[in-house]
Each structure stands twice: as C-alpha cells, then as structure tokens.
Design a protein around this ligand. Structure first.
Ligand code: NAD
Length: 341
C-alpha cells in the first residue's frame, strides 16, 4: 500500500483525487492547496484526507511515499524538485516543466535520487490511443507518411500559458508514444486573438527524423469541439475521433499505389477505396489506468511509460514551438536533452 499526497486542488486535482481514492494499492493522506476554500471543498468530499496550505508539511511527513502535482505549469519545477529532494516519488501534471533546462534537471535529479518521475500524459493511457498504437505497431497501416490533428473548442483561456502549452502536450505526447521518436524541427503560425501576448490559436508543423511530418491545430476559439486525428500510411489510413461515443477509431483500406512505368516516362496511379473497419475498444477511464500505472511502478520499481524522458521530449518541442511562434514561424530545430537551437 503506497501513501500519496496531492498538491493542487483546482480544476484537475479533484479528478486525480477521485481516482486515487478508488485505487486498491494507494491511500491518499494529504491534499494541499494554497487556497483554503479549495481545501474546504476537498474536506467536504473526503473528510478522512488531511488538508494543508503548505506543501512543506506534506514533504516533511515520512509516511508519504509519493506526491501528485496538479498546480499551474510555472510551479511544477520548484514543487517537483523539492519533493524529489525530500525523497518522494513524483507524478507531475503535463507539461512536466516550463522549460527544457528545468525538465533536464528533474530527470537527472530523479535518477540521482533513485526515485520515480512520471508525467500526466493522460492520453497515453486512453484505450483508443492504445488501440491506434497496436494498429501502427502491427504494420497494418504500412509506413506512416503523415499525421494531422485538430484539438479545438471554445476553451478556457489560461492566464499563465498559451494554447500551445495547454493543449499541444496532449498531441505531442500521443505522437511520441505512437511513433517512438521525437520531432527534430517545428514551425508554428499562431495568434493571440483575445488576450494580448497569450496565443489562443496555433498551427504547429512538425518534422521527424524518419521523414514523417505532422500538423497539429490547437485553439481555444472554435464554434465546435474537434478532437480528431488522421494517420496516413502507405497501406491504410486511420481516423481517431475522441468526440465519437462508440466508433472512436476507424481504419480505412484506402490508398494510392504507384505502378511501375510500362514504357519510359509513363507511370500510373491506382486508387483503392476498400473496407472501413472500427475495432472494439474498452471503455476504461484513462485517469484510473494512469493512476494504477504510477502505483504499479512504485511497487515494482518499473519505469513509467510516461517517464521523465517522455516529459522532457514534450517540453523541448513546446519550447521550440514557442520560439518559432514568437519569430515569425521560422523552422526551429528541437534538440531533446540540451535545449533547442
Ligand atoms: N492531464 C490532463 O488531461 C489535464 C487536464 C487539465 C489540466 N491538466 C494540468 O493540471 C495542472 C493544473 O491545472 P488546473 O486547470 O487544475 O489549474 P487550476 O489553476 O484550476 O488549479 C491549480 C491549483 O493549484 C493551487 N496551487 C498553486 N500553487 C500552489 C502551491 N505552491 N501549493 C499548493 N497549491 C497550489 C491553486 O490554488 C489551484 O487551486 C496543469 O499543469 C494542467 O496542465 C492536465
């Protein structure tokens, strides 16, 4: 049985708490939030969990094995660092930190302390995302040519983070998981339509070492909610639509084949539009699977799927995307581990 403490009980923290309260392998001992009214809400719902406004009280408790951090991005690094220095395992929400240098520091500190560092890349635990990974790995789609995705809705404008840092971590972490490689270049066009200085729409173009290219559209301004990703391969194509209630993943036996020229200078293309198949997908809650995975890693000493290195890869892409956005959409190289150039 692992004892955990939650820091941050705003919008997302309650979802973490609900899931950890249901986990057979974990006990939640503390909820910490700097706002007393947030603690009062937590106490009303879970009277057995202790509350504090000072996270140092949590870190001083020798019974606490791990902390869960669900605070604003700018606080992730100092809180996670202090927790690791206090000998606690850390689960920190996405994005892991606000800069690549901080992400590198956390990864190195976790290794030096021999502690688990996991990042809340929740979509990696979502059954349809898992299913797409299985399909890609099986080779059914052939070689992946490109990925395009839309994550737009009339969203909550954040005060301290652009739409890139708020929404793109989801798609970047999904791509990292599916493709098992990190992008090495990014260019971004975007705009701050409502709050000056905080972009609320961005079109992020990524290129990968393998030649795969990807485009991510993220926006807090849209008349409809889209959560749609298309993966195009040399054999088949796939649509993942997270807003669908049942058929979230569809595989299209569609493609274009290049036929060798019969005579010099001639070539033919043959277009194929075959079956559309929607695989059965389990209905489990991604957050519960994520929480179970963290506790299992604590018990076994195993490496989390969304470990510090995965968190670092996402942060390096976000930082490079930010640079491109602020510099007219220039192509920015992404160097995971030592920042970008
Ligand atoms: N994984 C997901 O799908 C997902 C979804 C939404 C948000 N998030 C992430 O969760 C994190 C929190 O987002 P949110 O929308 O809940 O933010 P929020 O602002 O609603 O809540 C943050 C809470 O942290 C508290 N807090 C801030 N600094 C603190 C400190 N030093 N000590 C104790 N408490 C402190 C605040 O009082 C607030 O209650 C962000 O990193 C966000 O990206 C993840």
């Amino acid at each position: 049985m692992k004892t955990v403490a939650l820091i941050g009980y705003g919008y997302w923290g309650p979802n973490l708490l609900r899931n950890y309260m249901e986990l057979p392998g974990a006990t939640v001992k503390w909820v910490c939030d700097s706002r007393p009214e947030a603690l009062a809400k937590a106490h009303a719902r879970y009277p057995t969990v202790a509350g504090t406004t000072d996270y140092r009280e949590v870190l001083a408790d020798a019974q606490v094995d791990a902390v869960l951090i669900a605070t604003p991005i700018s606080t992730h690094f100092p809180l996670a660092k202090d927790a690791l220095l206090a000998g606690k395992h850390v689960f920190v929400e996405k994005p892991m930190t606000g800069s690549t240098a901080e992400a590198v520091d956390l990864v190195e500190l976790a290794v030096a302390q021999g502690l688990t560092l996991m990042v809340g890349h929740t979509f990696v635990f979502s059954p349809p995302v898992r299913k797409v990974k299985e399909i890609i790995d099986s080779g059914e789609l052939g070689d992946i040519y490109f990925v395009t995705s839309s994550r737009v809705n009339l969203g909550l404008h954040q005060k301290d983070a652009s739409v890139v840092w708020d929404l793109a971590p989801h798609d970047l972490s999904i791509l990292h998981y599916w493709l098992e490689e990190s992008p090495n270049g990014v260019s971004v066009a975007g705009r701050a339509c409502i709050n000056p200085g905080i972009p609320d729409v961005a079109f992020i173009n990524l290129r990968f070492p393998s030649g795969i290219v990807a485009e991510l559209q993220v926006a807090w301004l849209s008349p409809v909610k889209l959560r749609r990703t298309i993966v195009v391969g040399s054999r088949k194509m796939l649509l993942y639509d997270d807003t669908e209630s049942v058929e979230k993943v569809k595989i299209f036996d569609h493609g274009v084949d290049f036929k060798d020229p019969q005579t010099f200078g001639e070539f033919q293309l043959s277009y194929r539009t075959g079956d559309i198949v929607s695989p059965k997908i389990a209905g489990s809650e991604p957050l519960f699977l994520e929480a179970s995975h963290f506790v299992e890693c604590l018990e076994t000493g195993g490496r989390p799927i969304t470990d510090g290195a995965a968190g670092l890869a996402v942060v390096a892409s976000l930082e490079a995307a930010d640079y491109s956005l602020r510099n007219g959409g220039c192509m920015r190289s992404i160097i995971t581990g030592s920042g970008s150039s």
